[in-house]
Design a protein around this ligand. Sequence first.
Ligand code: PRP
Ligand code: URA
Length: 245
Amino acid sequence: MGSMALEERFPNLHVSRHPLVAHKLSLLRDKRTDPKQFRELVRELSWLIGYEAMADLTTQPRPIETPLEAMEGERVEPKVGLVPVLRAGLGMVEAVLELMPSAEVWHIGLYRDERTLKPVEYYNKLPDAATVQVCLILDPMLATGGSSAATVDILKAWGAARIKQVSLIAAPEGIATLSGTHPDADIHVAAVDRELNERGYIVPGLGDAGDRQFGTFAGPESEPGHAQDETAEVVRRLQRNLQTP
Ligand code: PRP
Ligand code: URA
């Protein structure tokens, strides 16, 4: 299913159409791109997708004076929180903070169990009550959607009023999972790829976003493509869900 058809089916999905995004994303995907250039591209793409994700923030009037006369300016109304999902989301924070310097940053630590593909939470220092109205979840990859749906669960329980997932690449299976569990959460991405492989990696994708940013590729055994029966069954179930609207 192409990204236009997915956008029709999931009205919360927003796929960038910007040529600069397409150009930079192709460099990011290229396996010859080294960690330094990869980090720079993650940063540049996060700026562009973050900018698009904040296009509907409301503003309040703010009286200002230019050197020539008084006028009614604007200020962004809601308090914004950035929620990078460790590790890979870390590389997106600085760029989005440049756009919204007053944003609060709340880290969530999750990793995917390699066999079950389920997210495992290992870090969460959110205070008892929400301190922001709009949360931007920063995570380059939306694969099965498990990590993202778990983060939205956490943020809703915290009291966040509006939640937006800001990612670079999404799989159709992950979009269906997140939209099914949280249809009110917006999803902003640079691209939607074809599908998940048997190991739960996005294809064509870019590989492992955390490893490619931080230079931690651990050898062929951790390479996307080594399927296990249990993992492949999880992926098949997600693909069946996607076929049933
Ligand atoms: C990656 C990625 C997401 C998650 C996406 O993290 O950054 O958090 O996988 O997969 P999902 O949609 O199937 O849940 P990973 O678990 O590899 O951890 P890392 O960032 O520490 O490498
Ligand atoms: N996490 C990644 O880093 N890449 C994928 O393709 C899927 C999950």
